[in-house]
Structures are given as C-alpha cells and as structure tokens.
Design a protein around this ligand. Structure first.
Ligand code: CDP
Ligand code: CDP
Length: 212
C-alpha cells in the first residue's frame, strides 16, 4: 500500500504521515528532508542555492543515510530547500530514490509536495492536507517556543506565505492537489483529530478498492 500525503508547510503532513505509517505498519519517508539535505550540503560547502548545476550535483551525491542530521530541521534549511527544489535537475536527481522507496514491499507513506502528482501518481491513497496560513504559523511558533527558541509570529507568518507562494508557482512539480486526492483541512483539528480523519479516508479507500 502506498499512501501519499502532500500539503504546504506546517499543515501537519509530517506528523500525520508518521502516525499513519505506524498504524498501517509501513515505512515512512519525509521527502522534504531530501531537499533540505541538498540545501544544507550546498550551504556548508559555500555553494550558491541559486546555482542549478551545483544544486543538481549535490542532489546526485546525496547520501540518504544522513537524513537524520538535526541541522536539516532548522528554518534556514527549510527556506534553502524551497529554493533548490525549484531546479528541475534537483527534482529529477531525487526521483529514483523516492520511487524505489515506495516500490519496496510492503509499500510506504511518503509526505511532501508532489508525491500524489509526480512521485507516486498511482498511490492507493492520496491526502492533501491544508490549514490556514495563520494556523500554520501558529503551529510553527508553538514548536519553536517548546524548544525554548524565540518565536516572532509576524516573521513566521511571512515565511509561511513566501514558501507557499514559491512552492505553488514554480514551473516544475508545483504544490497542488492531485485530481484524485482527498483534501483534509486541519485548521480546526488537533493532531489526533487529523489522524482520525485520515484513518477514515484510508480505510474507506481500502474498502472501495477491495469491492472494485
Ligand atoms: O510536516 P509539516 O510541516 O506539514 O507539519 P508537522 O511538522 O507535521 O506539524 C507541525 C506542528 O503542528 C506539529 O507540532 C504538530 O504537532 C502540530 N499539529 C499537527 O500536526 N496537526 C494538527 N492538526 C494540529 C497541529
Ligand atoms: O515541513 P515543511 O513543510 O516546512 O518543509 P518540508 O516538507 O521539509 O519541505 C521543505 C521544502 O522542500 C518545501 O518548501 C518545498 O519547496 C520542498 N519540497 C518539495 O519541493 N517537494 C517535496 N516533495 C518536499 C519538499
């Protein structure tokens, strides 16, 4: 079973994907980490995020064993990821790894921006998770505060909006729901509520496929 979870920054897709993976006994891939790793590697070697050829080389040399590096979780890495991810060569370089991850038994839960549209167009279940920009900025601020870091709400909201704009308007694999994705608006849901709604979506799809 392949479950594709897409959505904008801080919509809760990562949390949801992790919990669905545990529920259905599937490996989980946070595809955003791949783009974060490319940006981090470039920045650490004095490279320019706007340099498409250098970014593609970094993507081709990527070691998936390094995706656990905590440096990939920073705001800077997320911002850098949204710049390098617009280079078509970077996306092409990361395609095979993601497709093989999904194709390996027993399947996978993968979250990102283009999983249902480009990486796994034949996924068994596609969920497009959304929430208002204000709610997503509030969640990011709470996360920072929980880590004891200062949270400037206005700056975080501006960050969220800038990233939405960049991800939705790029030419290659823009952020958008697949035609057959189920949209899940979590603005008024907590993580438990979103999980329960997603389980209902997965179970309904599975039952539907069994009948077909
Ligand atoms: O992966 P993505 O950036 O979409 O979001 P996340 O890192 O999974 O979630 C951002 C934060 O929102 C986490 O602290 C979650 O606990 C919280 N949250 C959520 O995931 N789902 C909700 N429905 C409400 C809050
Ligand atoms: O957790 P959050 O949504 O803030 O970020 P992420 O999922 O780690 O993604 C960081 C950036 O990588 C996004 O803003 C996208 O530009 C890019 N990305 C992408 O283009 N395609 C994906 N499948 C995943 C991430």
């Amino acid at each position: 079973m392949i479950i594709a979870i897409d959505g904008p920054a801080a919509s809760g897709k990562g949390t949801l994907a992790r919990r669905l993976a545990a529920r259905y006994g599937l490996p989980h891939l946070d595809s955003g980490l791949l783009y974060r790793a490319v940006a981090h590697h470039l920045a650490a070697h004095g490279g320019d995020l706007a340099d498409a050829a250098a970014a593609e080389r970094a993507a081709r040399a990527l070691d998936p064993g390094q995706l656990g590096d905590p440096a990939l979780r920073t705001r800077g890495a997320g911002e850098g990821a949204s710049i390098v991810s617009a280079h078509p060569g970077v996306r092409a370089a990361l395609l095979d790894f993601q497709r093989s991850f999904a194709a390996t038994a027993p399947g996978a839960v993968i979250d990102g921006r283009d999983i249902g549209t480009v990486i796994c167009p034949d996924a068994d279940v596609k969920i497009f998770v959304t929430a208002s920009p204000e709610e997503r900025a509030r969640r990011r601020a709470l996360e920072l505060e929980a880590r004891g870091e200062p949270a400037d709400h206005a700056a975080i909201l501006a960050d969220v909006r800038r990233r939405d704009e960049r991800d939705m308007t790029r030419a290659t694999a823009p952020l958008k729901p697949a035609d057959d994705a189920v949209e899940l608006d979590t603005t008024a849901l907590d993580a438990d509520g979103a999980f329960a709604a997603a389980v209902a979506i997965v179970d309904a799809r599975t039952a539907q496929r069994r009948r077909a």
